[in-house]
Design a protein around this ligand. Sequence first.
Ligand code: MG
Ligand code: ZN
Length: 222
Amino acid sequence: MTVKVITVGEDILGANEEKAKANKSRLDGYGILTINIMSSPGAGKTSLIMSTIKSLKEKARMAVIEGDVASSMDADKINEMGIPVVQINTAGGCHLDANMVESALNGLPLEKADLLFIENVGNLICPNAFLLGEDKRVMISSMPEGDDKPYKYPAMFADSDVVLLNKIDLQPHLDFNVDGFKKTVTGLNPDVILFPVSCKTGEGMEAWLDWLESAVKGKKKR
Ligand code: MG
Ligand code: ZN
């Protein structure tokens, strides 16, 4: 007799993928460019969203979904900027899934948005395994985390469309090999777009904003 193998993970991911497709077509219907932002805790996801909002406020109508294990601190900050935001608390869960995003979409004025940021739970292990309905995946890796992160968490880098190397203002204080980092990331993901940035000083942000703005325009036209 052969042993029955039930692969729970695959079933869960399969159901998630269906739900993610539904989210995607719902967002497509509104012409909203949706960005799934992933990183470890403290790499600068919220800072990137806030500084992007400041720069693009006149050019695009934005909305945000904040994913955190607990608290609404990040959502409160976005809310203070006058941007529609929904907080998802995963109560210990280490990633967002398409079901959670569907509930959050119900709380956002989608008819008044061009660009949606989904800030995933800070974690480099599994968020990449769960599609949410996004157009693009943007990963933030920050210099203080070290240049070895692509070796240690290759799937996160391989599954992202854009990698932002954040906190480059700290480079003088760190032994961070920028060329080595770029080489490793490109080796894992030859199509990746890499932007070295500092959300704090604004260095490098223009290239990211240009890319984002043209992606928003491209989505609207379709
Ligand atoms: Mg955050
Ligand atoms: Zn997880």
